[in-house]
Design a protein around this ligand. Structure first.
Ligand code: PHE
Length: 340
């Protein structure tokens, strides 16, 4: 038995050392330690060993089993390490990695970038930020802004009405009213935010878009202030060679009213005037509507005048970036947004 065991150990260790791959290691395990394996067979022979020899032979058998098991594990680990090394042999670990799908840094949305620039330019001129709700009363959206009940803008087809009669504001001019309800002159605010119209969505229209409102009410505010403020703002945005045209227009809440057109080399070689904003001098009727609501004379039109303006940020962003379709701004397409 002694001799058998030592021969078996030598043979098993040699076979394991010669195993060329994982399958060969497994075959060796089955051959020696498996249910029909050689070492298992010898264990079964223990019952025929004499009582005196049992402890010694038993220990010997255990030693062989331990040695073979250890050799199997060792060989397996060595084979795995060799396989890893072979797989890595052709790889240059100093090369830069392959970028994943959304590689690179994220950027702010182009409308947000324009919004930030717009705010910082108006801040330099002393305008504060103001805010108002998207879901508005008819009074704030129309009545207070001198827009009578039969005005086409109040048509159900033109805006979204809630069951309770409130509506999604059709312009940010509502914030003019919201601000004057709370503050006394001088008031100098800008109010960026969403505006809604029941427009068919196409290349130049969205049902929700972004507007920037402005309001300045104080003693002695004139059309010259309005023109100076808007021209300064748009020159900061479009460059010093920009030319402006204040074209007479009509808004219910301003008198006189203008639309602002711009011509600039930044818009390419085209010699066209582009309409970019609506504006005008705050109508005294608007100040009186606010006074009535406030139950005071804080915005006495005999004492105060003001100007207001509004423009669409989406439209400006389209013009500035040469984007032909406004829907690009809402489609979350990385190929488009990643350019900004
Ligand atoms: N609210 C107007 C619009 O949406 C723009 C505007 C604002 C005009 C302020 C005059 C003064 O078209």
């Amino acid at each position: 038995m002694d001799a058998q065991l030592s021969t078996l150990q030598t043979e098993a260790l040699a076979a394991i050392a010669a195993a060329a791959d994982e399958t060969a290691v497994e075959q060796a395990r089955v051959k020696y330690l498996g249910q029909q394996g050689a070492i298992t067979a010898l264990s079964k022979g223990m019952k025929d060993v004499s009582k005196d020899d049992k402890p010694r032979i038993g220990k010997l058998l255990n030693d062989v089993r331990t040695a073979v098991t250890a050799a199997l594990d060792e060989r397996k680990t060595a084979l795995l390490a060799a396989a890893d090394a072979a797989a890595l042999a052709g790889v240059d670990a100093t090369l830069p990695g392959t970028p994943s799908g959304f590689a690179g840094r994220g950027t702010l949305h182009p409308i947000t970038q324009l919004l930030d620039r717009t705010i910082s330019i108006f801040r330099r001129m002393g305008f504060a930020l103001a805010d108002g709700p998207d879901i508005e009363t008819e009074w704030h959206c129309f009545d207070a802004l001198n827009t009578p009940a039969d005005h086409p803008a109040r048509n159900e087809q033109d805006t979204f009405y809630m069951p309770d009669g409130r509506l999604l504001r059709t312009h940010t001019s509502t914030v003019q009213i919201r601000t004057m309800e709370k503050a006394a002159p001088p008031v100098r605010i800008i109010a960026p935010g969403a505006a809604y119209r029941r427009d068919e969505i196409d290349a130049t229209h969205l049902a929700q878009f972004t507007q920037m409102e402005g309001l300045y009410v104080d003693e002695g505010v004139s059309v010259a202030d309005l023109k100076g403020t808007l021209e300064f703002f748009f020159r900061e945005l479009f460059g010093n060679d920009a030319k402006f045209r204040f074209r007479p227009h009509f808004f219910p809440f301003t008198e006189p009213s203008y639309e602002v057109d711009i011509k600039t080399s930044m818009l390419g070689s085209s010699d066209r005037w582009l309409e970019i904003a609506g504006c005008g001098m705050v109508d005294p009727a608007v100040l009186e509507a606010v006074n009535t609501k406030r139950k005071d004379r804080a915005f006495d039109p005999e004492k105060y005048t003001g100007f207001a303006f509004g423009f669409g940020l989406d439209r400006l962003a389209m013009i500035m970036s040469g984007t032909p379709d406004i829907r690009y701004f809402t489609n979350s397409d990385q190929r488009f947004l990643g350019q900004f």
